[in-house]
Design a protein around this ligand. Structure first.
Ligand code: LMR
Length: 324
């Protein structure tokens, strides 16, 4: 029997966490033979006690223990994986970047906690908005101990949205779609790119950049928010679970992940967390940016627009944090 891994979910009283916890607990992320010790962190621990009662009542065989806390040291101590969800959520009428000031402060603090208490090999997925810049700030504040490679941002939600839209367009099951890419920021400048997409491994006829599909994907978060009067929770949790599962078990297809840029990929400046197509090695569990795509002129422009936005967000975040 494998020894248990420690998985921390911050913002554990939020609706995203409420959808994610069962996915982690039932073996969907780390495998059906991998025991787990769940660390749930939130400011209001009394609400978490209710979640713990429910978790117990689910009788998940893989869940060996649940630690509930608002204390950073207890939450982050020796963890193997972190889903960073603690944040102020978006409300109708807001852009994701309107949350920057509040959420980068939380990420800076949790970045420091990662450096102080987590395992050096910890794999972190930042899911709070604006996710790319929040992940970058987390990496900056964790950098004394944790490599920036280990801290990633959630754009799998946009990737999954794109896969679904393309499958609907061609009237096929989502499983038959591959080589979709979401480039850039998890914002209105993201570039859902289907120009390399395949169905059953064969390139789909490319009809220029599909503006309708792109528009639907880009506006999907807002459409869900308007319809539900709340942010996407189930689909965001599924994206987070898919992201972590693939990071842990490896990939056959390209997947989109917000990862630290090194300045040599598709004209994106160094030192941003940018969503690229990546593959993940099954043995090393390391991601690698797919480096043999040849974006056309329009794609190059769209990739740059999102990079420019991330440069501006980074500056804004650094100003917010200069006195921290
Ligand atoms: C989404 O894309 O649905 C999430 O990032 C939530 C939001 O604020 O849109």
């Amino acid at each position: 029997m494998k020894s248990p891994i420690k998985v921390l979910i911050t913002g554990a009283t939020g609706c995203l966490a409420y959808s994610l916890i069962p996915m982690v607990a039932n073996g969907q992320v780390y495998g059906k033979d991998q025991p787990i010790i769940l660390h749930l962190m939130a400011r209001r621990v009394s609400i978490l006690e209710g979640v713990v009662m429910e978790l117990k009542d689910c009788a998940y065989p893989l869940v060996r223990d649940v630690v509930v806390t608002s204390d950073e040291e207890i939450a982050f101590r020796d963890v193997d994986f972190v889903f960073m969800l603690a944040s102020m959520p978006r409300r109708e009428g807001m852009q994701r970047k309107d949350l920057l000031e509040a959420n980068v402060k939380i990420c800076a603090q949790h970045g420091r906690a990662l450096a102080c208490y987590a395992k050096q090999t910890v794999k972190v997925l930042v899911g709070c908005n604006p996710t790319n810049t929040c992940a970058l700030i987390t990496a900056k504040y964790a950098s004394s101990m944790i490599p920036a490679h280990n801290i990633t941002a959630l754009t799998r939600l946009d990737h999954n949205r794109t896969v679904h839209q393309l499958a609907v367009k061609h009237d096929v099951n989502v499983k038959r779609v591959s080589r979709v890419v979401v480039w850039g920021n998890h914002s209105n400048t993201q570039f859902p790119d289907v120009s390399n997409a395949c169905i059953d491994g064969q390139p789909v006829p490319f009809e220029g950049h599909d503006n309708m599909l792109m528009d639907t994907v880009i506006k999907r978060g807002y459409a869900v928010l308007a319809a539900r009067n709340n942010i996407s929770a189930l689909s965001a949790a599924k994206g987070a679970a898919d992201h972590m599962r693939d990071w842990w078990t490896g990939t056959d297809d390209w997947v989109s992940m917000g990862v630290i840029s090194d300045g040599n990929e598709y004209g994106v400046p160094e030192g941003l967390v940018y969503s690229f197509p990546v593959t993940i090695d099954r043995e090393t569990k390391e991601w690698k940016v797919v480096d043999n795509i040849d974006p056309d002129e329009r794609a190059v422009k769209l990739i740059k627009i999102s990079a420019d936005e991330l440069v501006a967000e980074k500056q804004e975040a650094l100003i917010v944090l200069q006195n921290l």
